[in-house]
Design a protein around this ligand. Structure first.
Ligand code: NAD
Length: 459
């Protein structure tokens, strides 16, 4: 390991141990300074996200910098309350002691970001880390280079390196270099399941706790009784936002066979309304991040029957919003997370048929069901374990900071957003305080003959 980075991490540990990051006023000042810098760099953020992913300013605001600022404002308004000791009840055995839970900062944490929402997915965990009183190392994705440069400028304009350290570079080199030589107090990783596994293994070596925000195939059910016009509008909006490169995008649609034709017609209509006949010229439509991802997604176009879209341009990394049906059995498109603007439409006749397809990829990050029946809603939510879910909607659950956002199983572990971020980056310290004025002999040896009263107290 380069001695420079080890020295930097050691300096962070000392900075944390000095206690400077713990008081409420310090945390609040840092959040305000970060907010100011993000606001000041607003245009740089737009330019960078346009260069990396062709995102419009409006899309950036909703999913990147505006999303982040809304969470930051929410955190600022609630932080003092979150930091308050939490009262807990005390059981009969321990009376008249009192009990409380303190939120203690973890220490020096590492946050690792992906490229698809490169700003929001690195800065939102940072917000939680600062709010909870930690020092943080930030590792951006190397595949969104313009955004990585702006984020570095923001971080370095606001924070000393012993508090928040920005470490760009090739993840497969710099992350093992840090994790194998320094014991972080938590690692917060967002990215693919394959790399998540590598991170988890490295963390296990040093018993470092992790939050893993991974991907997967999020299914979308459209029942026979669904409002088809609304379903099509909401599915198309989410699936083709950021050219499908969204962890919670509906990966594939399972539609009741009686409504397939209607849904396909409505989806085509909505795609036309949202992005026009030439989406490559639309301000509302993005591009694939790089040639590697482009080639991977183009490959899926031949794994089914194209019922809409299908055009692409390697030079501009454009792939048209595409609907596929008659998917080849065992095709890669039904094995891997698609992570691009290609939507397989599969029809089902019985819930069992649909469940059998979903069961091939258990515990998705998100699950969507469109239905007008409360009973079906309940049956589907019960039937499909998933990180999160929406009924008659897709992906918007993650924009509510009152809901925990995270996966389960292959889609990850742990959760964040709002208070859940604060809790993720805090240790819950159990404290019991016992008065000295009452100390019954019952609690002390000799115990002989006390079994009856123990059985009465501990029951
Ligand atoms: P990725 O796994 O390629 O990279 C993520 C991060 O890991 C990057 O910072 C990268 O530098 C680092 N990395 C890459 N290889 C590494 C290695 N060998 N060792 C250590 N670190 C390494 O992920 P990605 O392609 O940037 O993101 C796409 C995936 O992320 C999709 O699967 C998507 O579903 C998932 N994702 C999940 C969420 C969520 O919130 N759950 C959000 C966005 C993306």
């Amino acid at each position: 390991m380069s001695t420079k980075i080890l020295q930097q991490l050691t300096a962070m540990r000392r900075y944390f141990e000095s206690g400077i990051t713990k008081p409420y006023t310090f945390r609040k000042q840092q959040l305000l300074a970060l907010k100011q810098a993000v606001v000041a760099h607003e245009n740089d953020i737009y330019s960078a996200l346009y260069a990396d992913l062709k995102k419009s300013k409006e899309e950036c605001w909703v999913t990147e910098n505006g999303f982040f600022l809304a969470e930051l404002n929410d955190t600022l308004s609630k932080l003092r309350l979150w930091m308050e000791p939490e009262a807990a009840s005390t059981n009969l055995l321990n009376l008249p002691s009192s009990s409380r839970i303190l939120r203690e900062p973890l220490g020096v944490v590492l946050a690792i970001g992906p490229w698809n929402y490169p700003f929001q997915l690195l800065f939102t965990p940072l917000l939680g880390a600062i709010a909870a009183g930690n020092c943080a190392v930030l590792k951006p994705s190397e595949f969104a280079p313009a955004t990585a440069v702006v984020m570095q400028a923001i971080i370095e304009s606001v924070f000393p390196q012993e508090y928040i350290l920005y470490v760009p570079g090739d993840g497969s080199a710099v992350i093992p270099e840090m994790m194998n030589n320094f014991s972080f107090d938590h690692v917060f990783y967002t990215g693919s399941t394959a790399v998540g596994r590598i991170i988890y293994k490295m963390a296990a070596e040093r018993l470092v706790p992790v939050t893993l925000e991974l991907g997967g195939k999020s299914p979308c059910i459209v029942e026979a009784d669904a409002n088809i016009a609304i379903a099509a509008k909401r599915i198309a909006m989410t699936k083709f936002s950021n050219a499908g490169q969204m962890c919670v995008a509906p990966d594939y649609v399972l539609v009741h066979s009686s409504k397939k034709e209607a849904l396909v017609a409505a989806l085509k209509n909505k795609i036309g309304q949202f992005f026009g006949n030439r989406p490559e010229e639309s301000d509302n439509y993005g591009k694939l991040i790089n040639e590697k991802q482009f080639n991977r997604v183009v490959n899926y176009l031949s794994q089914g029957n194209i019922i809409h879209g299908g055009r692409y341009n390697k030079e501009t990394l454009f792939i048209e919003p595409t609907l596929l049906d008659t998917i080849q059995t065992n095709a890669g498109i039904m094995k891997d997370e698609i992570f691009g603007p290609v939507l397989p439409i599969i029809s089902f006749n019985t819930p069992e048929e649909a469940k059998a397809i979903i069961a091939q990829h258990p515990n998705p990050l998100a699950f969507y069901v469109f239905t007008s029946s409360n009973e079906k809603e309940k049956q589907w939510l019960d039937a499909v374990p998933s990180g999160g879910a929406c009924v008659n909607n897709a992906s918007w659950h993650l924009t509510n900071p009152s809901l925990p956002f995270g996966g389960r199983g292959f889609s990850g572990m742990g959760a964040y957003h709002g208070k859940y971020s604060f809790d993720t980056f805090s240790h819950k310290k159990a404290v019991m305080k016992t008065p000295t004025w009452f100390d019954p002999a019952l609690k002390y040896p000799p115990f002989k003959g006390k079994l009856g009263i123990f059985k009465w107290i501990i029951r």
